[in-house]
Ligand binder design. Structure first.
Ligand SMILES: [Zn+2]
Length: 396
């Protein structure tokens, strides 16, 4: 397809088309069809990658994913995003119907406007503008999933596994999450902390408080173990990151009686960790500490762990600098490269290439009346266009 035959896409109209597909995770509701149709029109080779399997919540899901690529030359610059959205909450609390994509006073209302249908549409529009002017040096690709806001088991994680197995090469990736804080482009995310949840149960023997020799009280054992864990300094930090931190989030015995030694005592904790740690390393440490307390007390202690993501950092090299320069040219602000906040699909993509997040101002994401100013979606389109040009130029 020659550049002259490409018609530029309107980012606001595409955002509205996407919002009108009520793709509440894990339902697709036709959102991926909208995107595939537009990208096919722009000359992308589109591959639908459907993955099925359990959601971990007692249900099976069928997840729509899309990998689309235009060109075969290196470098391959990828945009990653998700078409699924979080539920609306009470629709009566919204001032605009959440899936009608109403524009009122220059502001677009709707679930997904910010997180992140607006970002996807802005990148598509930026690509269409570039293609209308000629052929870029390199390849452009999209990695879009319908499973980011849920358990994220059959989305980007599996697409990355499949592409890696095929030998597909992506040289750099921008994730369109709403990374901006107060003004468009004031922050990009270049890494995230990892997260580990652990459930602890101390198994004792129930009995009468007046006859402690006939019972085994799990409560003091749990209290000692938690005190050991809480007192331990995991690390002193890592470049660009805060120190890793353990928080005890609940202690549950549930004993309504005053004269009873309970049979069990439970607790749960969460560790947010920097790249100095790994999920497996932390699990080993917790198991060792529990084993020591078990040996000292004679009471059985069981642990269950769930690591929902490893920590990662994209080093401040040519890619990060190219994105920062491009944002600064368009907005007049040099974005802070941050590692704060929750987790995102960038944690999976980092296995393939350097990855960062750049998108709209995230203040209304996941809220009632999620909305984005039309002018901000248009400004993001200009920012993305500059990012694409600068990154392809510098990585070539
Ligand atoms: Zn998101």
């Amino acid at each position: 397809m020659s550049g002259a035959s490409v018609t530029p896409i309107d980012p606001v109209e595409l955002t509205r088309d996407l919002i009108r597909r009520p793709s509440v995770t894990p339902v697709d509701a036709g959102a991926m069809d909208v995107l595939e149709r537009v990208l096919t029109g722009l000359g992308f080779a589109c591959r639908r990658m459907v993955f099925e399997g359990p959601t971990g919540q007692g249900q099976d899901a069928r997840i729509e994913n899309l990998y689309a690529r235009r060109g075969t030359a290196a470098p391959n610059l990828c945009f990653a995003g998700h078409t699924d959205v979080v539920p609306t909450g009470a629709e009566t609390a919204w001032s605009a119907a959440p899936f009608e994509a109403e524009v009122r006073d220059g502001v677009l209302y709707g679930r997904g406007a910010v997180d992140m249908k607006g970002g996807i549409a802005a990148w598509v529009a930026a690509v269409s503008q570039i293609l209308a002017e000629g052929e870029p040096d390199g390849s452009l690709s999209f990695l879009i999933t319908g499973d980011e806001e849920g358990p994220a088991l059959h989305g980007t994680k599996r697409v990355v596994q499949a592409l890696t197995a095929e030998g597909e090469i992506i040289d750099a990736c921008v994730v369109g999450e709403p990374s901006s804080q107060q003004a468009l482009g004031d922050m990009i995310k270049i890494g995230r902390r990892g997260s580990l949840n652990t459930w602890i149960t101390v198994h004792g023997k129930q009995g009468h408080v007046a006859y402690p020799d006939r019972a085994a009280n799990p409560v003091p054992v749990l209290a000692r173990l938690l005190a050991r864990l809480d007192a331990h300094v995991l690390d002193a930090g890592y470049p660009e990151f805060q120190p890793s931190n353990l928080e005890i989030t609940t202690i549950d015995v549930g004993n309504p009686a005053t004269n009873l030694i309970p049979a069990e005592a439970k607790a749960r904790l969460n560790i947010r960790f920097n790249p100095a740690q790994t999920g497996d390393g932390l699990i080993d440490w917790l198991n060792r500490e529990a084993g020591a307390e078990q040996a000292a007390s004679g009471l059985r202690i069981t642990l269950e762990h769930l690591c929902s993501g490893e920590a990662f950092l994209t080093e401040k090299g040519a890619f990060v600098a190219a994105v920062q320069d491009a944002v600064e040219i368009e907005t007049g602000r040099r974005p802070e490269a941050s590692t704060t906040g929750g987790t995102s699909d960038a944690r999976f993509i980092r296995a393939m290439c350097p990855v960062l997040e750049l998108g709209l101002v995230g203040q209304t994401m996941h809220q009632v009346d999620e909305r984005a100013p039309v002018a901000e979606i248009e400004a993001l389109t200009r920012v993305y266009r500059r990012v694409i040009q600068t990154v392809l130029e510098r990585l070539s």
